[in-house]
Every structure is written in structure tokens, then in C-alpha cells.
Design a protein around this ligand. Structure first.
Ligand code: GLY
Ligand code: MN
Ligand code: MN
Length: 502
């Protein structure tokens, strides 16, 4: 469906009745003219739908705590954290909007064009304001003449409603430029990369003010927020468990529909999982990897257009993202016909042993690198025992020779992003220690490329990864994704149970 076509200029009734700036369509406002009678009529006859009884969203107190921690870290500074906006897919269609993680983390809100500003108070601390698009203005026709008006894209919360839901003062985002321009001088940092216009506007304001805020200052804000996101609070852990539980159901859906996948392609698997993700969550947290047969050796196989054949393996790497935007990241490698061949099982068992060693190394106080090293060592030992690498194992792991077949790191932090906290300080993440509340994946794999002449023919084209989501607890760890089987025998039994044959 397209919207308004015709003249390039907004019709007369889009002039702001109240002097407020008028929204322009993001497609440069292609409007058609409307009769005075229709525009007058469209202004009237609408019920007042303002909701007065609204409880804050359940994450509101958690977001308030996170803002307080941020405020304490940057006293006297103005902090700007945008949600980002819609991105064009083609012509006048856009990608589904997904708010920036830092904005979601600090507000609980997911509105496109939203922006959190922490304004320093003269007496210390900050005032938080979430700048949002208000409800569509019926007087100037925006609600039905603009492609992003409420009649086209759905009702928005009023600013009063949003303030109640989020537990933060909400203001009109159309005033943000002016607010920032007229604000008292203060060092200002922005989380860059989400709102190019705002990035630019702040850069100009800072240049005008001869402010000495540097690119590094902005980067430091992003790094600090990612650092804070490393340890999840109880509410976040609950969300991640929900994401994982939906993902478990999505994997079961796939097993139940393997016949249909065999009659079509890997796309059937992707689509089946996506249905679960959309019904129970917001979306998938990343592009589903539905890799059957030799495609399993391509790490990010997302074309998903290949055949699904009994006798081969399916590597399915998929995660449901909750409606609150926390994602699971789970991989199972399953025999499409329900039973592993001896060779497939041999590879599977080695990857499983590596994963066991990796999970055993997840505990508070342990170096983050330990679980990776533990898993890689088991894989290297196995590859040496199979005659694919020359030992001793110390030499292999020191030179990283096993990586010809293991390819990737053994895991990463998980949360609002699938590869969470990507800009956290190295000393707090990669070179840091695990702490209770962190959630990470443990995902060793072995991949024998179809054209790899260094491996026996029977191994070529086999790829196995087992990936679980693991919470660091005060005592050690808890596998959030233990609703799915992990051993080869358990995988076979699970498949037989979920989708009994005949
Ligand atoms: N699904 C991407 C990863 O496992 O890191
Ligand atoms: Mn992963
Ligand atoms: Mn994954």
C-alpha cells in the first residue's frame, strides 16, 4: 500500500495550527491535495482516548537505577542517548524499527526517534527526560496525512501516558534541537551512531561553544554503558530466560516440521522458527542460521536456500528476541533423519566434550578466557588423536593450529545484543573475570570444509556446533538453555519424543 501521491507540497491544512513545527513525511512529503471540507471534517468527531490509569512498566525501577548509576559516573555533564530512527529498505518501505540497546537499557522504551537526555542539575545529579514524538496532531492533519501519523502506523502514547509508563518526564522530541541549543553550557556527550542528525547538531553546538569535548568523550560514554550492561540484574535474567524458553519451543517446532523442510528447503526451518519468534517475542535476535549438510561448515550461513536431506546434519543457530528486546543465542546440530551416523556422532561427541569443559570453567572469579581455553584444548586434543594435527597439544593451542577446524571463539556475552557489550573495556570483558549476573554463550564447534584436503573424505562437509546460554551464579553457573538436550543420545531421544515417526 502506498500513501499519498500527487503534489510535492503539503496541503494548506498541514500548516501548524498551534505554531508547532509540522512533521514532514520521511519520504520528503509527497502529499495529495484534499478538499477543505474533508480536512475540516477530519479534524472533528474523534473521542478522547487519553488513559489516566497507567502503571509503570515493570522494568521502570530497574531503568531508574541504571540512570542513577550513569548520573553518578558523569557528574555535571549532559548525556544524550538516542533510540535511532527508521531506516529505508527500498523506495518508501522501511525496515522494522528496533531501538538502540543503550536507549532501551536506560528507559525501557522502544520508540523510534526517542531520545533520553540526562540534564545536569546545578546542585548535583541529573534530571532525566525522554524526548518522544507526541500523539499525532489532528488539527494540522498530521495523523492522517503523514505516512508516520497514527492513522497509518498506530496510536502512540501521549507524553503524559509515556511519562507514567516509563516513570520519567517525557517531552516533545520536536523541541529537542531548541532545548539543546538553548541549554546552559555543560560538557555534552552523546552515544553516537544512532541518530546522524543529532550527532551532527551536537558536533556543531560543541564547535560553536568551543567546547573541548572530544570524540573520545563520546566513545567513553558508550564504553561505560556497555560495561554497566555486563552484569545483568534480576529482571534482565528473567527476560533472557524467557527468550531461551521461547527458543526451546522454536527448536521443537523445527523438529516437528522437518518433513516439510525436506520437501522444500532450509527456508522452511527459518520460517518455522520465525513464526515462534514473532508470536512469542519481538523478532529473531539475529539472522537464523539454518544450515543443512555441508552448509553447516559456513559459519554465518543465512541464505538458507539449500536442500534438507535425511542422513545429513542440520546446524540450527537461532534465538528468539523477547518483546523487551533480550535475545537467546542457541545452536543445536541434529541428525535430520533422527539418528547420527557413527562419523557424525564422533564429531558431535568431541564438540560436546569441549562444551562440557567450557561450561565447567564458567564461575565467578574465573578469567573470561578460561572457558574458551578449556574448550579449545579438548578440541585440539581430539584433533591430534584423530591424526589431523601434530601434537603436543601445548604447541597446537599456542600456535592456534586447531582453528583451521574450530574457526571461531568459544562464546560471548549475551543480552540486549546477541554479541552483547561489544565496546565494553577489554580489561572488564575479554581480559576480565566472570562475575555473578553475567550471561554468556558457550559454543564450541568443529567444521570440516567440503573441499578441505587435509581431512579424510568421510569428515568433509560435516559441521557441528553446540551453543548454550549460561548464567554465572554466585556458586558457579546455570545453563539457561537446558530445556534442550545436549548429548548425542539425548538429542536422538528428544527428536523421537517431539516428532514420533509414523
Ligand atoms: N549466532 C551468532 C553466534 O553464535 O555468535
Ligand atoms: Mn553465539
Ligand atoms: Mn549462535
Amino acid at each position: 500500500m502506498t500513501e499519498h501521491q500527487g503534489q510535492q507540497q503539503p496541503p494548506p491544512d498541514t500548516a501548524a495550527a498551534d505554531g508547532a513545527p509540522v512533521f514532514k513525511s520521511r519520504k520528503n512529503g509527497v502529499y495529495r491535495s484534499v478538499s477543505d471540507e474533508l480536512s475540516a471534517w477530519m479534524r472533528t468527531g474523534w473521542a478522547d482516548t487519553e488513559r489516566s490509569e497507567l502503571e509503570p512498566i515493570e522494568q521502570a525501577p530497574y531503568a531508574a537505577k541504571r540512570r542513577a548509576a550513569l548520573s553518578a559516573r558523569f557528574p555535571g555533564e549532559r548525556l544524550v542517548i538516542p533510540a535511532g530512527g527508521l531506516k529505508t529498505r527500498s523506495n518508501d518501505t522501511e525496515y522494522p524499527f528496533r531501538a538502540a540497546c543503550d536507549y532501551v537499557y536506560l528507559t525501557g522504551d522502544q520508540s523510534d526517534d526517542g531520545c533520553l537526555v540526562l540534564e545536569p542539575r546545578p546542585d548535583g545529579g541529573h534530571d532525566a527526560t525522554v524526548y518522544l514524538r507526541p500523539r499525532s496532531n489532528r488539527d494540522n492533519g498530521e495523523f492522517w496525512l503523514d505516512a508516520h501519523g497514527e492513522l497509518w502506523s498506530g496510536r502512540r502514547d501521549s507524553l503524559t501516558e509515556a511519562g507514567r509508563l516509563l516513570g520519567v518526564h517525557a517531552a516533545d522530541v520536536r523541541t529537542l534541537d531548541t532545548v539543546l541549543r538553548e541549554a546552559p553550557a555543560a560538557p555534552t556527550r552523546i552515544v553516537r551512531g544512532h541518530d546522524a542528525k543529532l550527532d551532527q547538531a551536537l558536533a556543531e553546538l560543541r564547535a560553536d561553544a568551543d567546547a573541548d569535548t572530544t570524540d573520545d568523550a563520546d566513545a567513553e560514554l558508550a564504553i561505560h554503558i556497555d560495561d554497566a550492561r555486563l552484569v545483568k540484574d534480576d529482571w534482565e535474567i528473567g527476560q533472557l530466560q524467557r527468550a531461551v524458553d521461547s527458543t526451546v519451543r522454536g527448536f521443537e517446532d523445527v523438529v516437528r516440521t522437518l518433513d516439510a523442510a525436506q520437501a522444500t528447503s532450509e527456508r522452511y526451518i527459518e520460517g518455522t522458527f520465525f513464526l515462534r519468534a514473532r508470536v512469542e517475542g519481538n523478532d529473531v535476535g539475529y539472522g537464523t542460521i539454518a544450515a543443512a549438510g555441508p552448509h553447516a561448515t559456513t559459519l554465518h550461513w543465512m541464505r538458507n536456500d539449500g536442500a534438507v536431506r535425511s542422513g545429513e546434519l542440520l546446524l540450527l543457530d537461532a534465538g528468539v528476541e523477547t518483546t523487551t528486546l533480550y535475545t537467546a543465542d542457541v545452536t543445536r546440530t541434529i541428525p535430520i533423519g533422527g539418528t547420527f551416523t557413527d562419523t557424525q556422532r564422533r564429531v558431535y561427541d568431541l564438540v560436546f566434550a569441549a562444551q562440557e569443559a567450557g561450561i565447567a570453567a564458567v564461575a565467578p572469579g574465573r578469567a573470561y578466557r578460561d572457558f574458551h581455553d578449556a574448550a579449545q584444548r579438548i578440541l585440539a586434543e581430539g584433533l591430534i588423536a584423530w591424526g589431523l594435527l601434530d601434537g603436543p597439544v601445548e604447541r597446537v593451542v599456542e600456535l592456534g593450529l586447531q582453528r583451521r577446524y574450530t574457526l571461531h571463539g568459544t562464546g560471548h556475552m549475551l543480552g540486549l545484543d546477541v554479541h552483547d557489550c561489544a565496546v565494553a573495556r577489554t580489561e572488564d570483558y575479554i581480559d576480565g573475570r566472570l562475575a555473578a549476573g553475567m550471561v554468556l554463550t558457550v559454543e564450541p564447534g568443529l567444521y570440516f570444509q567440503p573441499d578441505d584436503l587435509t581431512v579424510p573424505e568421510e569428515l568433509r562437509g560435516i559441521g557441528v556446533r553446540i551453543e548454550d546460554d549460561v548464567l554465572v551464579t554466585p556458586e558457579g553457573n546455570r545453563v539457561l538453555s537446558d530445556g534442550l538436550p545436549r548429548t548425542a543420545a539425548d538429542v536422538e531421544a528428544w527428536m523421537a519424543r517431539v516428532a514420533p515417526q509414523g
